[in-house]
Write a protein that binds this ligand. Sequence first.
Ligand SMILES: Cc1ncc(COP(=O)(O)O)c(C=O)c1O
Length: 478
Amino acid sequence: MLWVSVDKKSDVPMIRQIYHQFRQAVLNGKLGAGSKLPSSRELAKQLHISRNVVLEAYDLLHAEGFLQTRKGAGTFIATGAQYHTKTDLPAPRVRAVNMGYGAPKHIINFRAGTPELSLFPRRKWLSNIRTALDTSPVDILAYGHPEGRMELREAICEYVVTQREVDCHPDQVIITAGTTQAIGLTCSLLLRQDGKQVVVEDPLTYDIKEIVANQGGEIHPVGVDNLGMKTAELPEQITPVCIYVTPSHQFPMGATLPIQRRIELLCYAEQKNSYVIEDDYDSEFRFDGPPISSLHGLAPSRVVYIGTFSKTLCPAIRIGYIVLPAELISGGRSRKWQMDLHNEVTSQLALAAFIKNGDYLKHVVKMRKHYLQRRKAVEQALQYHFGDQVEILGSNSGLHLVARFPDRRFTQELLDRVEQAGAKFYGVWSHCMNPDEHRDKLLIGYGNLTLEQIEKGMDILAVNLVEKDLIIPGNHHL
Ligand SMILES: Cc1ncc(COP(=O)(O)O)c(C=O)c1O
């Protein structure tokens, strides 16, 4: 057995080293079926190691079926254990998922929807996590229920009832890994063999389009204007299972859906016996007054309401929730169970405490002031550089705005040039079903930028837009 060796200085235990060498030799046929193994005593002596080490390595090989012991005759290689495996595989070449929002660190990234990460209340969060772990009974560490902790469902319920005019009971709430999971779960619950049609706003978040399509949804876009979804254009010829909307703050265009359109939408859903999915992703940040009331409050049995803590706290905690009409609750809980059992528990308890003791609302108020300041900085820079050549669309709220430049077409080539100069902006068209639409509009996220970055980034945009070859002939120079 000269080919077996051990390295006593290696981090790999000697048992593992011996086991591995025999295993490889059997798999690649170097040790054929029926070959006799040296006795443990013999091999231990040859390798100058304890016999127990060899015995344990043999035991492991035996347990995996590589060896057979014949009473009185010794230990042999078992039959049927030869298999050509490649052991020195190169690292897999994986293409990273292109979520479309990345940019190198030195680029000022005006992506929409990221909150100010440096203001995440780390200390309070940590203290709530610590308290949850210190003071909760040990059963919080066991498997829990798919709908999530009652403490958090109660806290959310109280919050959405008082702040958002959502009409709900804690039993209707399921805690999810953000809106992303909530939409996937809702689609998997509603889409059926004979009902796959989903009406969506156009433009709509690219990610959500992907989620609906991945659940097998057949997407029917309905256009958006300065009041939100054009409800007069809801398709008569189909019977959708659901209609996805962002009524408080249309993403990306920013409109708030007026009551007349809300009613028209609900009447359509009633007539088609469809559900409405209300994605209420950032309504906490309305700068002109208190948040707009939810659509849910008007028709609680028709609307699936979805909220998230990704914008008010941070996306990384992955906590959102669904409020389901009564008849969907047990199905929803089963889906969540099948997806991932339930959300992580300690952070649910920490968040429940954060909401209940009033810190959450205080944090939201503080962040609202912060984002208002950022928004004003973007608006002022747009005014300064482009004057009446730019129009700001949508309501005065959220972590992004849409700027319309009537004389421009924001091609990918132009956006790439601006990025090369140091600032990344996004065309609204990147969220459109038909990318030829909304070419004159930029989506400008300001949630996670400093005032200096906003100023510098807007300077870069201005410089790159006044270059002669980017001006459409016959229009004004900026
Ligand atoms: C329209 C919309 N809804 C919801 C979300 C939040 O998703 P999540 O809660 O999964 O982080 C986003 C993210 O940017 C969004 O654009």
